[in-house]
Every structure is written in C-alpha cells, then in structure tokens.
Design a protein around this ligand. Structure first.
Ligand SMILES: Nc1ncnc2c1ncn2[C@@H]1O[C@H](COP(=O)(O)OP(=O)(O)OP(=O)(O)O)[C@@H](O)[C@H]1O
Ligand SMILES: [Mg+2]
Length: 362
C-alpha cells in the first residue's frame, strides 16, 4: 500500500492549463474522492497519478519516490475506467488474469489469486463466461477484479459506477467501500456524484477548473465549505444563497421588511468586506413553525416538494425564495402562512467578490 503525493503539479494541453498547481497528499490506506464538475480536471489528475498522462511540471511521489518520469507499468497502480473496457473475446477468468501475465507466478498461485478476487466480488460463477453474457454490474465487478488481482499499491477509479442504474450504483458503492476496508488499499475515486463522494470518502478533494478548492472529511466540506463554489456544489438541494444587508445584529434578506437577529460578534467582521456579502444557509438550517414565535418572521409558502422522508418547502421573504427542509406533510398547501427563522450556527457569509466563506476568518 502506498502514500501518494502531488507537488505543484501543472498540466497543459496546448495552451489550455487543466491542472493548476495541484498539491495533495493521499495517505497510505486512505479513500480519497475527487469531486467536481465536468472538465474540472479530475480524470487528468487521476491519469497523471497512474502515469497514463505526463505532467507538464511538478512532482508525483509514491511512498516518497518521484515517479513522474516513470511509465505507468512501473508505478504498480491499478486503474478502473468508467466504461468497462473488458476484452470481449476473453472469458471473465482470462480478463482477470490479464494483468498477471507480466508477474512471475505459478499456475496454482495464479488460480488462487483469481479465485480470491472472484469470490470477494461475487463473480466466481461467471469465470468461464464472456463479458457480453454479464449484467452491467457484474461487468464492472470484473473490471474491478482485474484491477485488484495484482494487489496493486493503489487503486484508482474513474467514475466506475457511472454507467450503472441507480439501484446497482447503491449496491456497488457499498461493495467498493467494503472491499476498500477489507484490502486496506489506498484508493482514489473520481465522481461528480456527491452522494458517492460523501458516503465513500475519508476525505473529499474538490477540483474546479483545475484548481483544488478544498480537501476535507465529508462533514467538514459540508459544514464548513471554504468558498461559494464548494458551498453550492456539495449538498442537495443546494445551499440557499441570498443577497443580504447587515445592520447591527440584524441580517435582512433583500426586499424583506424584517431581519433575523444574529449574535453581533458573529457579524462584526463582515463589515470589513467592502464588496458586500451573500448569506448561505442550507435547507435544514431554515427553521419553520406554524405559530408566531419570537425571533421568527412570517412568510408564505410558494412550493412544496414532497420527497417521502421529508419535504422541501419554498418560502418567499422579500425578493428571496428560501428552501427549507421540513418533516413530511408539515405544510399542507402552497400559500400557507408560516414563521421562519435561520439557525445562526449554520449560517455562512460569502464575500461577494472573492467568494470566500468569511466565517472563521473574521
Ligand atoms: N487529451 C486531451 N487533450 C486535450 N485536452 C484535454 C485532454 N484530456 C482532457 N482535456 C481537457 O482538460 C480539461 C479537464 O478534463 P478532465 O477530463 O480531466 O475533466 P474531468 O473533471 O474528468 O471531467 P468529467 O467530469 O467530464 O469527466 C477539459 O477542458 C478537457 O477538455
Ligand atoms: Mg473525467
């Protein structure tokens, strides 16, 4: 198993810089998920680690050894692609055995290695079939088995569940996690699915336009997003972002008559931002009651989205629509009058110009 380090990694395709001074250390045995929008540089970063792509500048180290000039085959890193990329003319057994060609192993040992991954991935019954006879989930299990059979130093996965349907994704996600724990392998997993990221990762790395935005445990990234991009990218439904005026200890949504009382100390530093601030508040931090309550502001509901386990209720406050998470059936109809408050401990303020989260920096 291995520690992987990227130091000041730059990657240009022609004049297009797609990795911008990437610095990241992935610890031995860690499960890191790279999350970001399309074109953010996730695949390029992963391919650079594996040696499938050269870097323009900077270093890649595996267990402290510089490998940026080594070929992929000399890095002992396995890669699982989004498309299954199995050899169609080979059986499942031959597909899994393929990476072992270059490894000196006697036949019995080879059979044992194949049997072990096949059993772990529950595909032992398919070993003599061709990939075309398998379901999508089983094909991806074979692809993962082929990556694992050599017991690589690290396993890199690029949206390995991207083509599977939702139910199978859930199941495979759990299996990948189990496999990671059982093998203790260093794993780097790319996705743009934040549920996958939250549920699999020890740490999430958020990449946007080739720039690393934030690295942190899933709850850290969720609770303390470093900037507006991360705040909006992580969480579903997305964080409410609203224009506000701050006067004294009062936070007033644009066009609203009443404000929300905050601790003055919390707001004090925000005035230093000359460019103004936006409020960020997640739907679960928008509080709602039916009765008039001190500190709450009256508002009308404009839309209700019942989701089974809970509802998402839109309320109108001045020019702002806030989305609130409520118990199922809490609000019966649109146009209902409710009382709304914000949980100040879960409120964020973003500088409008730098887009940085000002909480904790004031
Ligand atoms: N071989 C290549 N030649 C030229 N440009 C490339 C090449 N590969 C990637 N790019 C460009 O690099 C940028 C980052 O691409 P990359 O595939 O790493 O993004 P990504 O985050 O994996 O996106 P996605 O979520 O769509 O897979 C994009 O602008 C892409 O067009
Ligand atoms: Mg990609």
């Amino acid at each position: 198993m291995a520690q992987i380090e990227m130091r000041n990694v730059q990657k240009f395709f022609g004049t297009n810089q797609v990795l911008k001074d990437l610095n990241l250390t992935i610890e031995d045995g860690e499960f890191v998920v790279m999350l970001g929008q399309s074109g953010g540089g996730k695949t390029t970063a992963l391919r650079a680690i594996a040696g499938l792509e050269t870097v323009t500048d900077g270093k890649i180290l595996i267990d402290g050894q510089e490998v940026q000039d080594r070929k992929a085959a000399d890095r002992d890193i396995a890669f699982v692609f989004q498309s299954f990329s199995l050899y169609p003319h080979m059986t499942v057994r031959e597909n899994i055995a393929f990476p072992l060609r270059a490894v000196r192993m006697d036949a019995a040992e080879r059979d044992r290695a194949i049997k072990e991954v096949a059993e772990t991935l529950q595909i032992a019954q398919h070993l003599d079939r061709k990939p075309s006879a398998l379901s999508g989930g089983d094909m991806q299990r074979v692809a993962i088995g082929r990556a694992l059979v050599r017991r690589p130093q690290a396993l890199l996965m690029d949206e390995p569940l991207g083509v599977l349907d939702a139910k199978l994704r859930d199941q495979m996600r759990a299996e990948i996690k189990r496999l990671h724990i059982a093998r203790g392998s260093t794993s780097v997993y790319v996705t743009h699915d934040q549920i996958e990221a939250m549920s699999l990762a020890d740490r999430i790395v958020i990449l946007h336009d080739g720039v690393l935005q934030q690295v942190g445990a899933p709850d850290e990234v969720y609770l303390n997003p470093i900037n507006l991009f991360v705040a909006k990218f992580v969480g579903s439904p997305i964080m409410n972002i609203a224009d506000v005026e701050i006067s004294g200890s009062n936070v007033v949504l644009k066009g609203a008559s009443d404000g929300f009382a905050f601790d003055e100390g919390l707001l004090a530093g925000l005035h230093k931002s000359g460019s103004g601030v936006s409020l960020g508040i997640r739907p679960e931090a928008v509080l709602m009651t039916h009765e008039k309550t001190a500190g709450y502001t009256q508002a009308a509901t404009t839309n209700i989205e019942p989701l089974g386990s809970h509802d998402i209720v839109d309320v109108q406050l001045g020019e702002t629509t806030l989305r609130a998470r409520t118990q199922s059936g809490f609000v019966k109809g649109e146009g209902a009058q409710v009382w709304v408050n914000l949980d100040p401990s879960q409120a964020h303020f973003f500088d409008k110009k730098t887009e940085l989260n000002l909480r904790g920096t004031t």
